[in-house]
Structures are given as structure tokens and as C-alpha cells.
Design a protein around this ligand. Structure first.
Ligand code: FES
Length: 366
């Protein structure tokens, strides 16, 4: 509340709210709007095309050269030579930028409920685990309430389903009339100082990136876009330079050390656990990493068929863990994610998982 007031936001303090869950006090900002991100992106794409932009989707970038003029290699081997490159891949895929080591990937969950009288509010709890509540409208125009939160570092939990169940338990207690219609999870990154990171890479003046939106993409995303577009057009906004100068250096270094110490711990414990685990057959909907002779394998049963891939993340060698909600292999080091058959779903990894014993191209695994 104090921070919002200091920034000039017209917030008020209220000891209670007209909502069906306990409130001990709330910083309230009146007249907020809700925007449907899907429609927003569609209309932005329409406007961009109308202005002459060519939008291409379904082409995964596997590599960006940072030396000399920019060159981009796609996963299918094709090459592109653009004038400038903006990498906005959530988890930055450029290893030499070091951005992956300055961010932590977080997963969080949402359950959508049909509700006759949903609380007409957008609210975010303080404390941990966080809970957020907002109302919405279903495609059939019926009122909906979205309950979200229970975030954690990607791959560092015993069960992702348990987090959704915790949200369900909260809703059952406070919104007993709610009827669940959907549940899903999402992924975003926070930087070591909590501020998004965007702009030029020091290693290459033609390549810019944006990451660490910390689940505030609706504000941080446009800020990144304005700064990057301004920089490319030779009219960089002054506030961006001020923001970079104002980063809290000491706290950031401390946080970065802690962050990377936990990554190192996960790396070691993942390998030790995998090597010490004997063969097992996963139940439907489950995946298991184990040793088979001298090799490590990741077996998964997605309910329809069984898959076997290498459990070694193609980014920097972390041992993957099974995500029992999304039925994916998630990396607890920097948050890369893979489908049960090894295709990349989230970076920073850009290469699919290999097959145990040999890689997909037939060469030996690393
Ligand atoms: Fe970096 Fe897996 S994402 S090692």
C-alpha cells in the first residue's frame, strides 16, 4: 500500500471487502479493467499485418549467432539473416547471454469455475502460497470465477496435481457453489532483482531480448516492447536507462548467488537420485527416471502409449522430473520442458531429448 501510494496510484486501504473469504485488510485500486489476452493478441496481429508486417508462426528458432551480423538458425535447419533480432521466448534461449542464470522459472495454476454470483473483484493475496481471484465470462456468457496461485519453481515439487488440488480445496471452502469447468497451469520467470530484463545484449548490439516478466506481462510486456522498438528506431525511452541504472546491485548479486547455488544443488541431487534408482514401470499418467545398466532412462505412460527418452535436459544437463498435471518432463534447473516423447515445449533448451543410448540423429548421447 505504501509503495503504491508513493508511486502516485490512487489506492485506498480497506479493513474488509465484500467477498466470501477472510480479508484482514486490502490495498484497493478502483476502476481496474480486465482484458482478454487472446483477443488483444489477435487484434495486435491484425494491425501489424495491415501495417505491412509479415508474421510467421510454427518455426522454432534453434540458434542465434551473437558474433557479427545476426544470423538465425531454425530447428529444421533453415537460416535467416535479419537486420536485428528480438528474443522474447520467455526463457531466453541464448546461452551466452547468461540470462537463463539470472532468472527463475515459476509454474502456477488456475482453476475456472462456473458460479451464479462470482465475487466481482480482481484480488491477489499477500503471503505464501498466494491465491488470486478474478471474475470472467465463459464463452456461453455464463459468469465464471478464476482461482489461481500456488506457484513454485518449475520441476521442484513432488506433485503438480497437488497444487491444483490445493486450489480446489480453497474454492470448496470459500465458493461452495462453484462448478469446475477447467484447470491449467502457466509458466513465467522472475529475475534476481524482481525487475524484468529487456534491451540489448552486451555481447551483440543487434540482438535484444526480453525476459523475467514475473507474471506481470500485461505491464512489463508493453514496457519491454516500447523500449526495444524505441531502441531499434533510434529513439530509446529515457526511463529504460534510468531503470537499468537503478537496479539494486548488492541485493541482486546476493540473490543471484542463492539462485545459482540452488541450481547446482538440483543438478547434483538429480543425478545422484537417478543413478541410485532401479528400473520401474510408470503407471498411466506417470513418468519415472531410473538407471538401466549403465544408462539413464526416462519412461512415461501418458495414458495412451508408453514413451522412453533420455532424462538429461539438452540445455545444460539437468535431470528432468515428471510433471503429473501437464504430463511433461520439466527441468528443475532453468525450467525447460519437454513432451513425453521429448519435443521441446519451453526453453531455454532448443533441442529435443535424445533416445537412451543414442540421440535422435543416431549419434551417441552426450
Ligand atoms: Fe538448463 Fe535444463 S533448463 S539444464
Amino acid at each position: 500500500f505504501v509503495a503504491a501510494e508513493a508511486l502516485g496510484l490512487p489506492v485506498t486501504w480497506q479493513d474488509g471487502l465484500d467477498v466470501p473469504f477472510p480479508v484482514h485488510g486490502a490495498a484497493v485500486l478502483a476502476d481496474q479493467v480486465q482484458v482478454d489476452p487472446g483477443s488483444l493478441v489477435e487484434s495486435l496481429a491484425r494491425e501489424a499485418r495491415a501495417a505491412g508486417a509479415v508474421l510467421v508462426d510454427g518455426a522454432r528458432v534453434a540458434h542465434v549467432d551473437l558474433v557479427g551480423s545476426p544470423r538465425v538458425r531454425l530447428a529444421d535447419g533453415r537460416r535467416v539473416r535479419p537486420r536485428s533480432v528480438v528474443v522474447a521466448t520467455n526463457g531466453t534461449i541464448l546461452d551466452r547471454s547468461g540470462a537463463f542464470a539470472d532468472t527463475e522459472a515459476q509454474r502456477s495454476y488456475i482453476v475456472a469455475y462456473r458460479h451464479r454470483t462470482p465475487p466481482s473483484i480482481m484480488a491477489l493475496s499477500a503471503g505464501s502460497p498466494s491465491i488470486s481471484v478474478r471474475d470472467a465470462v465463459a464463452p456461453d456468457e455464463t459468469p465464471v470465477v478464476l482461482v489461481g496461485g500456488h506457484g513454485h519453481v518449475v520441476g521442484r515439487t513432488r506433485s503438480e496435481v497437488a497444487h491444483v488440488d490445493a486450489l480446489r480445496a480453497w474454492a470448496a471452502e470459500h465458493l461452495p457453489e462453484a462448478e469446475e469447468i477447467a484447470a491449467w497451469s502457466a509458466q513465467d520467470r522472475t529475475t534476481s532483482d524482481g525487475l524484468p530484463r529487456f534491451g540489448r545484449l552486451t555481447v551483440s548490439p543487434h540482438v535484444r531480448h526480453a525476459t523475467g516478466m514475473a507474471k506481470w506481462g500485461f505491464t512489463n510486456g508493453p514496457a519491454a516492447a516500447l523500449a526495444i522498438a524505441g531502441d531499434i528506431l533510434g529513439d530509446a525511452p529515457a526511463w529504460h536507462a534510468r531503470m537499468e541504472r537503478g537496479r539494486p546491485v548488492t541485493a541482486t548479486v546476493r540473490r543471484r548467488v542463492t539462485l545459482n547455488a540452488s541450481v547446482a544443488r538440483e543438478l547434483v541431487s538429480g543425478w545422484v537420485r537417478a543413478v541410485a534408482t532401479g528400473p520401474s514401470s510408470p503407471r498411466p499418467g506417470r513418468g519415472a527416471v531410473h538407471r538401466e545398466g549403465v544408462r539413464l532412462v526416462a519412461d512415461a505412460d501418458d495414458g495412451e502409449r508408453e514413451h522412453r527418452v533420455s532424462p538429461v535436459c539438452t540445455h545444460l544437463g539437468g535431470i528432468l522430473r515428471w510433471n503429473d498435471l501437464e504430463q511433461t518432463w520439466d527441468c528443475p534447473l532453468h525450467g525447460s520442458r519437454f513432451s513425453p516423447d521429448g519435443e521441446v515445449l519451453d526453453g531455454p533448451a532448443t533441442a529435443p531429448l535424445g533416445c537412451p543410448g543414442r540421440a535422435r540423429d543416431g549419434s551417441d548421447l552426450r
